[in-house]
Ligand binder design. Sequence first.
Ligand SMILES: [Zn+2]
Length: 228
Amino acid sequence: MTVCNATVPDKDASGDNLYGDVICSQTYIDYFWETYGFEGNKSYWDDGFGWENPCDTSKPLARTFNACYLLTYSAEDYRNDDWDAPMLNWARRYVRENTSRHRAKCGDGSAIAASFRGWFIKNRVELYRGFFFKHTVPERAGTLVHEARHQGGKSHNDEFPPGSIYGEGRDGADSDWDFQGAWMYNALYLWWFYAEGARTTSAMKQRAKHRGNLIINNAFAEHPGFTI
Ligand SMILES: [Zn+2]
């Protein structure tokens, strides 16, 4: 059964075969479910989204768990998630402590993810088809960090620059790198993963580098002045 009429792209290229072999263990499944805001949200992950088979990497849940694995275990000394450690270490803690709910929905096809937060709404991150089926595993992990930054209270504060793939003049950019917004967190995480990531492959690191540079070149009103 397909969900949201999605076609599943090459799972070697996306990293879903690589990580999918690892996450298919009850220990990991339980850990991710309890740690990253799935618990209590089962109704958003069943009926084709993967709850019935969390090892099936054609389904959204296993593809999200793959990103949870990358997020959790890519630092060589992953047990250290102290804030003084590199971001590769503490990003998992940042997501864990800021995002209390992850929910899956189809979305319009192009949508990746969205953060909802406020007084009279349930704080939550929604993940859509673009996240599940267009992103590679490292890109998904970067998006979990991005949305957690929004859950942590940081919204975008500027417009996309001239030539941006996200649409020149549209809202949704960060003003600059020092703003330390969701795009900076996203790109910085991918940078660390590219530079120091463990339990992965050079192909995955190249995906992270590519995506990080795409963000750096398109998502800041003022270009940071460097690339990865
Ligand atoms: Zn954002």
